[in-house]
Ligand binder design. Structure first.
Ligand code: C2E
Ligand code: MG
Ligand code: MG
Ligand code: MG
Length: 284
């Protein structure tokens, strides 16, 4: 067994999913089963913080599969199968419901303040669904959540698949007040045309540029340019994959308003999430 301790604090069983077609079919059936219950598929939450104060301003939801025999399976190992089988549509909706219910609970408990945002990843399959916006509006109403707290994160590749329909669905989401974030910004091949064509509210600067920010001149210039672009277009920005104090310092110096990454906290289950900085984290 190749066993590897992930940075997220879970154990990844690489061997479990490296098998043939039969295994993929079995896994598909298992995912179908998992979607009918509520114990195997669990939302983890990773905070993002205000770069000046260190205060948590919201969370991104990331799916984890606690498989009864295979251990904890990270999304990269089952999302492709979920996409191919069409189960991704149900998975995303399952995650939207679970995450919204959790935010509602945190608000009711006084844990989350009125501005605490919730980011949820959305696959391209869901951008094909003309009823998505109405469905989400129903979930939000049931949870008593203001739609503007919810950001749906989509990647450029999700938009390539379904350009016209995606545009329509995204407009409908805007109309119900939900916000849209462009994930992994800068790693696709036509990011600027997407910004032009779709109405995004927020950009997530990909870890590829964050990794060497402040160290490598090109990375630093790219991050600076993305921040200027976001400001010109009046978009919010989050830098993702922030792992070191050096990256935090460089991003703060460049004026990046929000930061997310292992430096602050990995994604964690609802009961164990990180709610804020000790005074020392951002000091100096
Ligand atoms: P993403 O949305 O770009 O999420 C960021 C990924 O980077 C997450 O991996 C997160 O755990 C990881 N990460 C966060 N901080 C750091 C850091 O400081 N360093 C490093 N090296 N990694 C960091 P994860 O959870 O394995 O998810 C991978 C991708 O799977 C996500 O990328 C997203 O595209 C997709 N995904 C996750 N959950 C869902 C879901 O519920 N629905 C859909 N459709 N996609 C999901
Ligand atoms: Mg994301
Ligand atoms: Mg990302
Ligand atoms: Mg990504």
């Amino acid at each position: 067994h190749s066993k590897q301790q992930g940075r997220d604090g879970y154990t990844v069983y690489n061997h479990a999913l490296r098998q043939g077609k039969a295994d993929q079919l079995a896994l598909e059936a298992e995912l179908r089963h998992a979607l009918e219950g509520e114990h195997e598929l669990v939302p983890y939450f990773q905070p993002f913080v205000d770069s000046a104060s260190g205060a948590v301003t919201g969370f991104e939801t990331l799916v984890r599969w606690r498989h009864p025999e295979r251990g904890l399976i990270p999304p990269a190992l089952f999302l492709p199968m979920a996409q191919e089988s069409g189960l991704i549509r149900r998975l995303d909706r399952y995650m939207i419901v679970r995450a919204c219910e959790q935010l509602a609970r945190w608000r009711a408990e006084g844990r989350a303040d009125a501005l605490c945002a919730l980011h949820i990843n959305l696959s391209s399959e869901n951008l094909r669904d003309d009823d998505l916006a109405v469905w989400i509006a129903g979930v939000l109403q049931r949870c008593s959540l203001p739609p503007h707290l919810i950001y749906l994160e989509v990647t450029e590749s999700a938009l390539i698949d379904v350009p016209e329909q995606a545009q329509r669905v995204m407009q409908a989401l805007h109309d119900v007040g939900v916000r849209l974030a462009l994930d992994d910004f800068g790693t696709g091949y036509s990011a600027l045309s997407y910004l032009h064509r779709y109405r995004f509210d927020l950009l997530k600067i990909d870890q590829a540029f964050v990794r060497e920010v402040g160290v490598n001149a090109e990375s630093t210039a790219i991050v600076r340019a993305i921040l200027a672009l976001a400001q010109a277009l009046q978009l919010e920005v989050v830098a993702e994959g922030v792992e070191t104090a050096e990256q935090v310092d460089a991003l703060r110096a460049l004026g990046c308003p929000r930061l997310q990454g292992y430096y602050f906290s990995p994604p964690r289950p609802a009961g164990e999430v990180y709610w804020g900085a000790q005074a020392s984290v951002l000091a100096g």
